[in-house]
Design a binder for this molecule. Sequence first.
Ligand SMILES: Nc1ncnc2c1ncn2[C@@H]1O[C@@H]2COP(=O)(O)O[C@H]3[C@@H](O)[C@H](n4cnc5c(N)ncnc54)O[C@@H]3COP(=O)(O)O[C@H]2[C@H]1O
Ligand SMILES: Nc1ncnc2c1ncn2[C@@H]1O[C@@H]2COP(=O)(O)O[C@H]3[C@@H](O)[C@H](n4cnc5c(N)ncnc54)O[C@@H]3COP(=O)(O)O[C@H]2[C@H]1O
Lengths: 141, 141
Amino acid sequence: VEPIELFDLDAENLMIPSDKVAHVQVGNPLEHALLVLVKSGYSAVPVLDNSFKFKGIIGKTLILNRILGLERFEMEKLSEVKVSEVMNAEIPCLNKRDNFLTCLKTVINYPFVCVIDEEGFFEGILTRRPILKQLNKYLHV
Amino acid sequence: VEPIELFDLDAENLMIPSDKVAHVQVGNPLEHALLVLVKSGYSAVPVLDNSFKFKGIIGKTLILNRILGLERFEMEKLSEVKVSEVMNAEIPCLNKRDNFLTCLKTVINYPFVCVIDEEGFFEGILTRRPILKQLNKYLHV
Ligand SMILES: Nc1ncnc2c1ncn2[C@@H]1O[C@@H]2COP(=O)(O)O[C@H]3[C@@H](O)[C@H](n4cnc5c(N)ncnc54)O[C@@H]3COP(=O)(O)O[C@H]2[C@H]1O
Ligand SMILES: Nc1ncnc2c1ncn2[C@@H]1O[C@@H]2COP(=O)(O)O[C@H]3[C@@H](O)[C@H](n4cnc5c(N)ncnc54)O[C@@H]3COP(=O)(O)O[C@H]2[C@H]1O
């Protein structure tokens, strides 16, 4: 792998495309989101609206924090509360054309970020793993 | 940062030392582990025995998977089942003297790994974040 090839990579080359990404809808109850998370095995996934636009991220931590009462986990809240009330909407996003260094900088603080187009439509996710793999390859030549 | 400095770093320079790592004991019930995970905010943490030796890793995914029944999350199982019955003991470990490239290779597939000494005593954890930070620094000179 020539050094120049690393810096030529962009978010689109590195991302998991939207059709392979587990996600939930902004209007789902937490119960549905928690089942998606437990069955997919992921700690957090993107939240989209019904026109496939990016709205935020939801994870087990946020859900469990929300239902933890003074004495127990209040499981009944899972069907009462919506994903929109709990999700993290303050997460940075990338564009398909963002270069490798921009992707690297962004995943320093986030296990994954969403890749969206100019109108906010969800295109995929950029995770730490392919960044680490490419860097490992780059350092071994 | 001179290139040579990156390759001189070892696991000890990069790791979070044991006194700063949230962990649980191998004999704890899942209920205690889940509370530690929710309050610390971490998706998974190390499992130690009472002599501070590394035994495995426990996370929200493993716990929630274990208590998910056919119709509901069976919360009563949280006080009946022990961490030892659910934890993942098949996780690779590092030694303090392992070099940067060994650390990088290991975190490709794991968000963190434990650093242990020759007798298996827990010394700290090696996470993806400092690896990504160092690589970002290295690529910017
Ligand atoms: N089914 C599986 N098979 C093999 N390895 C697995 C795995 N599930 C998790 N891992 C490993 O564990 C890391 C952390 O996963 P986590 O679910 O906490 O955190 C994940 C998850 O929140 C999200 N993610 C990854 N792939 C996803 C997908 N297809 N759909 C939705 N979210 C995804 O991106 C985060 C970072 O992923 P990354 O690959 O860098 O890092 C992953 C990967 O190295
Ligand atoms: N309180 C906090 N403040 C700021 N950022 C936070 C944070 N909690 C999580 N993050 C961010 O989210 C990433 C994933 O955290 P997670 O808990 O899934 O996965 C964590 C967790 O399972 C474990 N971990 C990290 N620090 C720990 C600690 N002090 N004690 C126990 N486990 C720890 O290592 C994994 C990878 O950590 P890494 O730092 O590479 O990556 C962290 C970090 O970038």
